[in-house]
Write a protein that binds this ligand. Structure first.
Ligand SMILES: *[C@@H]1O[C@H](CO)[C@@H](O)[C@H](O)[C@H]1NC(C)=O
Ligand SMILES: *[C@@H]1O[C@H](CO)[C@@H](O)[C@H](O)[C@H]1NC(C)=O
Ligand SMILES: *[C@@H]1O[C@H](CO)[C@@H](O)[C@H](O)[C@H]1NC(C)=O
Ligand SMILES: *[C@@H]1O[C@H](CO)[C@@H](O)[C@H](O)[C@H]1NC(C)=O
Ligand SMILES: *[C@@H]1O[C@H](CO)[C@@H](O)[C@H](O)[C@H]1NC(C)=O
Ligand SMILES: *[C@@H]1O[C@H](CO)[C@@H](O)[C@H](O)[C@H]1NC(C)=O
Ligand SMILES: *[C@@H]1O[C@H](CO)[C@@H](O)[C@H](O)[C@H]1NC(C)=O
Ligand SMILES: *[C@@H]1O[C@H](CO)[C@@H](O)[C@H](O)[C@H]1NC(C)=O
Ligand SMILES: *[C@@H]1O[C@H](CO)[C@@H](O)[C@H](O)[C@H]1NC(C)=O
Length: 390
């Protein structure tokens, strides 16, 4: 009987999936590892993409994508399809240890491309770097997850399955489960009073589209490392300096079509600022060590989420931008945001604020002074009715 109980607890906490790569203990909270089977259906497409199954074809793909005459967006679609299936999504749900919060506010954080949920919860100096720890300390509960194709979630076909609309649907289901109490089938869970969506990079593209598409499911958003502006993506996909996942400096076991940045690509895109003060060699090495492959179909389909508008979203939105973000802002985010444009996307948002984190590159959590940046977002949430009262 006790054995059965332990077995059930192990299943419920997801202990079967290698926990070695995740932090098992936290300073400011109690966290459970979950494996959630999600059955989903979403519009998809067969894009005109080359086969990528070695280093040479990976670089050739990036060059082809950056070539001005290559069709992109919907022009690259050969056939419109629908994808249906059930996939395992690995997640972590954390509650603050000291329950001095008066309001239960759950943050749901979506990581970007080339990382998994460890982006939010680095093992390197968590007190100074982990967004999860900072959120717990501020009284928030927080759900992080590995997007489909990344980390300990499933890695299905890179061309036809892992695409942006399916990923949006997975975020919707996770949010509904958190709000309607059904997450308790997988862990100890209580229904939150409020839910805030947080994103980084492609996770912010998803978060932007999410609050626009499902405004009733979100009370507010913190959009980090992304804002629509004229420099967005202008440095091109070759800047990632990709390798085929199976052949990279850190070999991954992935099917055809998964690419990962080389170490120089990680520096180009994720690290920036003054070399003496912005980040340490150790932070950079760590940032390379936790990188993740990305399926090229996700990138080909990402345009579908970029131009989604949100006239019905009524919550507060903060854009939190690294000062020296190369991929998003062409290397300098100061002055690139256009509030008229942003209010045009979310005309009913209660407020839209843009904040810049000084002396940092795209990978905010992996730079010095990260926690001071998190405080800027928590202060924003506090000022707009989404504090925890802790
Ligand atoms: C696929 O669907 C999109 C959006 O509905 C449409 O613009 C496009 O023409 C379709 N492409 C093909 C090849 O059917
Ligand atoms: C956190 O950062 C502070 C200030 O830079 C530093 O003094 C401290 O040693 C860091 N903590 C750890 C655990 O490295
Ligand atoms: C809660 O949401 C999940 C995911 O959308 C759904 O499958 C389930 O039926 C919902 N349960 C209730 C009680 O609303
Ligand atoms: C692929 O490229 C990476 C980065 O340049 C290199 O470390 C690796 O050895 C290459 N793999 C093969 C099989 O050439
Ligand atoms: C990558 O490696 C895994 C594990 O060895 C293998 O199953 C997979 O087929 C490989 N992918 C390619 C495209 O070679
Ligand atoms: C970087 O910071 C150091 C230490 O504050 C300073 O001496 C140096 O001038 C800065 N470099 C640049 C390029 O701003
Ligand atoms: C803002 O929301 C109100 C009430 O939901 C709605 O009537 C109005 O059309 C929305 N405004 C815009 C610009 O969509
Ligand atoms: C800001 O966006 C608005 C709405 O799209 C546009 O009319 C205006 O020209 C933009 N301003 C700048 C400085 O680009
Ligand atoms: C650290 O970040 C905070 C919040 O953005 C900012 O006010 C402060 O100037 C930063 N400190 C340094 C040394 O960059």
């Amino acid at each position: 009987m006790a054995g059965l109980l332990i077995a059930l607890i192990l299943i419920a906490t997801g202990a079967k999936s290698a926990p070695t790569s995740k932090r098992s203990t936290h300073i400011y909270g109690n966290c459970q590892q979950l494996d959630i089977p999600i059955t989903a259906s979403a519009p998809s497409a067969i894009y005109d993409l080359p086969v990528v199954d070695d280093n040479l074809s990976a670089t050739a793909w990036a060059v082809q994508q950056d070539t001005w005459s290559t069709p992109d967006g919907s022009a690259a679609i050969k056939v419109n399809t629908t994808t249906m299936g059930t996939w395992n999504i690995h997640a972590q749900l954390c509650y603050p240890t000291v329950a001095n919060n008066k309001v239960d506010v759950l943050q749901i954080a979506t990581h970007g491309a080339y990382y998994d949920s460890r982006y939010w919860d680095p093992e390197l100096d968590p007190e100074n770097q982990s967004y999860v720890e900072a959120a717990l300390k501020a009284g928030y509960s927080i759900l992080t997850y590995d997007r489909l194709g990344a980390g300990q979630s499933d890695h299905p076909d890179a061309y036809t399955i892992v695409q942006a609309p399916l990923e949006l649907e997975i975020l919707r289901q996770l949010t509904v489960m958190a709000r309607n109490g059904t997450l308790s089938a997988f862990c100890q869970h209580r229904v939150p009073d409020k839910v805030v969506h947080v994103g980084h990079s492609f996770g912010s593209v998803m978060t932007s589209a999410f609050i626009g598409t499902y405004p009733e499911l979100s009370d507010g958003a913190v959009i980090t490392g992304y804002v629509l502006n004229k420099y967005f993506g202008s440095i091109g996909w070759t800047s990632w300096d990709v390798q085929f996942a199976n052949e990279s400096d850190i070999p991954f076991s992935r099917p055809s079509g998964y690419v990962v940045d080389s170490k120089s690509g990680i520096q180009n895109v994720f690290f920036g600022g003054n070399l003496t003060t912005a980040f340490t060699r150790q932070q950079f090495d760590y940032g390379n060590s936790i990188k993740q492959p990305v399926p090229i179909g996700e990138l080909a389909s990402s345009y579908q989420l970029v131009y989604v508008t949100g006239p019905r979203f009524e919550g507060p939105i903060q854009y939190f931008l690294p000062e020296f973000d190369f991929f998003i802002c062409g290397g300098d985010c100061k002055g690139v945001s256009n509030l008229t444009l942003l209010h045009g996307i979310y005309p009913n948002a209660s407020t839209i604020e843009v904040a810049i984190q000084p002396n940092t590159g795209h990978g905010l959590t992996l730079h010095n002074n990260a926690t001071a940046g998190y405080e800027v977002s928590f202060d924003f949430l506090n000022r707009h009715g989404l504090g925890t009262g802790a």
